[in-house]
Design a protein around this ligand. Structure first.
Ligand code: C2O
Ligand code: CU
Ligand code: CU
Length: 438
């Protein structure tokens, strides 16, 4: 961020190489040579001007500002592609109240999944204009999780039908681009982490070696108050969480893990049921050090107002065995496969609606909508309805198999927005629609 509240940058998307396996080269796609791309930090009120240079041979691209309140034509939707060899500048101002943990990734028609699993994604943090309710002494560390599937020569194989059906999962889960990195901390601190699930399809059920931590934020920024004594947090693809983790020195080496989670798997090649080690935190200094207290309050979260309009979105799938590729699959919302240019839903700007997202399938699907943050009302499974335990701003919510999730949503800006499953292979195979707000 410059002195006058502007963030100006260029992101060049191009082929690059990374060393994931020691001594071997993996061809990837990168922003400015890095995967993940640079972590942007801006403040509410800032003007953002970021130029995408598409140096990806033979493919369109865009930059989508996942979760951010950006005008529709600046949001990198598939209908606004940047062709290979071209550039375009995205420009938007960050409104008051937008502080949160966002990210950016490509969203071109038919290439989103591939460009993301090849390495194109990065964090975008918006800080409050006024005082941050979280003490600066707690730090502010993004942990941006991605994954890669590599063949024995460390290159990325093409996706198989099983990858398309379940979403492509990698065997290397990376933290800020590194495989099983180590972090060293002083005992007697509480640390603020922003956890990002930027995997194409993998779920993360994150634990900090059993340490009880506080959840303080969701996709769209801070909660009203910390939720204390958590031992794990589940993040579906595209979801984020902010946590405060105490390190008192009683554990010298803390392994951050993703615990096993059954999201419903079809066909062979289900991921192993063992927990996955993500990174190690070594804690130095005196044992049993005292920890500074949690903030008691964070900020107020507004109610979205009464609503008389309810829309229903029902997931579906068709899977046919046989045929040329051995199998053909589509993933559906309300019985339809995505079609560019078709408007599936309309909505009045400023008018809250209730959306009921129904998942009768055997797999979980994380539902995401562009351009706004919504609030979860409740979740229903086998006739039992459970109200959301606390207020939170979300742009992505997991809808588990056989579950119905109700959300309340408002669009503040006009224009066409995508809503889709954030298992990117499902989005690719049709699980997406277009909403026109006006
Ligand atoms: Cu993360 Cu349609 O986006
Ligand atoms: Cu998005
Ligand atoms: Cu899905």
């Amino acid at each position: 961020t410059g002195a006058n509240g502007e963030l100006v940058a260029e992101l060049r998307a191009s082929p690059a190489s990374a060393e994931i396996v020691r001594g071997m080269k993996t061809p990837i796609l990168a922003y400015n040579g890095m995967s993940p791309g640079p972590c942007f930090v801006a403040r509410e009120g800032d003007l953002v001007r970021i130029t995408l240079v598409n140096a990806i041979p033979g493919q369109e691209s865009t930059i989508h500002w996942h979760g951010m309140p950006v005008p529709a034509e600046q949001d990198g939707n598939p209908m606004n592609p940047v062709t290979s060899g071209e550039r375009r500048t995205y420009e938007f101002r960050l409104p008051e109240g937008s502080a949160g943990s966002y990210w950016y990734h490509p969203h071109p028609h038919k290439f989103t999944a591939e460009q993301v699993y090849r390495g194109l994604a990065g964090a975008f943090i918006v800080k409050p204009r006024g005082e941050d309710p979280v003490p600066a002494a707690f730090g502010d560390t993004p942990l941006f999780f991605t994954d890669m599937r590599l063949a024995s020569d460390a290159t990325m194989p093409a996706s198989t039908p099983v990858d398309l059906m379940n979403g492509r999962q990698g065997d290397f889960v990376l933290v800020n681009g590194a495989y099983k990195p180590e972090l060293s901390l002083e005992a007697g601190t509480r640390r603020r982490f922003r956890l990002y699930n930027a995997l194409n399809a993998g779920y993360l059920r994150i634990s900090f070696g059993g340490i009880k931590f506080a959840l303080i934020g969701s996709d769209g920024g801070l909660l009203e108050a910390p939720v204390a004594d958590m031992t794990e947090v589940l993040l579906a693809p595209a979801e984020r969480a902010e946590v405060l983790v105490p390190f008192d020195g009683s554990q010298r080496s803390v392994t951050v893990q993703s615990l096993t989670y059954d999201r419903g798997w079809m066909g062979p090649g289900a991921p192993s049921a063992a927990a996955v080690d993500l990174m190690t935190i070594s804690v130095t200094g005196s044992a049993a050090a005292s920890i500074p207290p949690l903030p008691s309050k964070l900020r107020a979260i507004a109610d979205l107002g009464a609503s008389t309009i309810t829309k229903r979105f029902v997931f579906g799938e068709t899977i046919k065995m046989g045929g040329p590729g051995g199998m053909s699959m589509t993933f559906l919302i309300n019985g339809k496969v995505f079609e560019p240019g078709r408007i599936d839903e309309t909505m009045k700007v400023g008018q809250p609606e209730i959306w009921e997202i129904v998942n009768p399938t055997d797999m979980d699907h994380p539902f995401h909508i562009h351009g706004t943050q919504f609030q979860v009302i409740d979740t229903e499974k086998s006739g039992t309805r459970v109200a959301a335990p606390f207020k939170a701003w979300k742009d992505t919510v997991n809808v588990a198999s056989k579950e119905t999730v109700r959300i309340k949503i408002v669009q503040d800006m006009p224009g066409d927005r995508m809503y889709h499953c954030h298992i990117l292979e499902h989005e690719h195979l049709g699980m997406m629609g277009t909403l026109r707000a006006g």
